[in-house]
Design a protein around this ligand. Structure first.
Ligand code: 0X9
Ligand code: ZN
Length: 306
């Protein structure tokens, strides 16, 4: 665990030098309570040009506190996009057509809690309290306004899948939802990183029914999984959320999809259970490389279908 902590710190320290200080302070090093304002401004835009209203791709990480490989990917992605893009021709092309909006850690307080309280390394939820419940935390991926708190979520504060008192009750969720809503005309793909299980999921998770774009999303998820296979030989399984894992309403991917962002995906990164959330440091880089290849595959498809 100590080694993992050090590795993550090294990775973050590297990126910290690349992106603006304010952005990093608000997200990577966030301490204490997060606020709507802080979160709204802590998202990072990577752009190759100054022109306005370019089409964009949104990537967020760290909705769930314990899924450390997820924020690691977002930071690594920013570093890659900035440093390597001239040598990565696909990335260069993509950056000519898209801005990438990257939110490295949505659940800042929960994430920080898993670092500062090693006995709570497996904390999942936010750190907010509602009413006078003895239990803390809302599952941010049950707090979006997409069939909020239907079957697969819980109204009980002590549950790991507590949906919160009302949709977007969590300031971090509200901030992301507001930003995505405000930019929904330019955001052409919504990608959110979780762990673990090695899956490429797409809507719906709040119903067993297929979405109207099911076939296209399924074939794109398959292409993404094949790109991963070519990169590291790892197997990722594509599928609609509810059909592949379980019913889970109030998730960000379903919410973004119903907002009109057709290309909406949840990645469950490594591994398949050997280490689970406690992924060894040696797996960080290959996981980032394989996830990048999948993101590029999705972005290229989006570009061809604009
Ligand atoms: O249950 C979740 O929120 C995600 N799995 S995790 O193990 N990372 O917690 C899956 C999310 C799939 N999408 C939706 N439920 N909308
Ligand atoms: Zn998760």
């Amino acid at each position: 665990l100590r080694q993992l902590t050090i590795q993550h710190k090294v990775l973050m320290g590297d990126v910290q030098g690349i992106i603006e200080k304010q952005t990093t302070n608000d997200t990577v090093n966030a301490r204490g309570s997060s606020s709507y304002y802080e979160n709204y401004h802590s998202m990072k835009e990577i752009s190759k040009s100054k022109e306005k209203s370019k089409n964009a791709i949104w990537i967020d990480c760290g909705i769930h506190a314990r899924e450390w490989i997820s924020p690691a990917f977002c930071l690594w992605f920013i570093g890659h996009a900035i440093h390597v893009r001239e040598r990565d021709r696909t990335m260069t092309t993509l950056l000519e057509h898209f801005d990438f909006y990257v939110m490295p850690v949505i659940n800042v307080d929960g994430y920080e809690y898993t670092w500062s309280h090693p006995s709570n390394r497996l904390w999942r939820k936010s750190r907010s309290s509602h009413g006078n419940s003895k239990c803390i935390g809302t599952d941010m991926n049950r707090n979006f306004d997409a069939h909020w708190c239907g079957p697969g979520a819980s109204h009980f504060e002590c549950q790991e899948i507590y949906c919160g008192p009302y949709p977007e009750s969590e300031p971090e969720v509200k901030a992301v939802a507001r930003f995505v809503r405000d930019h929904k005309d330019i955001i052409k793909a919504y990608i959110t990183m979780h762990s673990y299980s090695q899956l490429v999921l797409f809507p719906y998770s709040y119903t067993m029914n297929k979405s109207k774009d099911h076939e296209e999303l399924e074939s794109l998820a398959q292409k993404a999984a094949k790109a991963i296979k070519r990169t590291t030989w790892k197997t990722y399984r594509p599928g609609a959320g509810a059909q592949t894992i379980y019913l889970a309403p109030g998730g960000s991917d379903d919410w973004a999809y119903d907002l009109g962002i057709k290309y909406s995906f949840t990645f469950e990164l490594r591994d398949t259970g050997t280490y689970g959330f406690l992924l060894p440091p040696r797996e960080i880089k290959p996981t980032c490389l394989e996830a990048l290849s999948a993101v590029k595959e999705i972005a290229q498809h989006v570009l061809q279908n604009l």
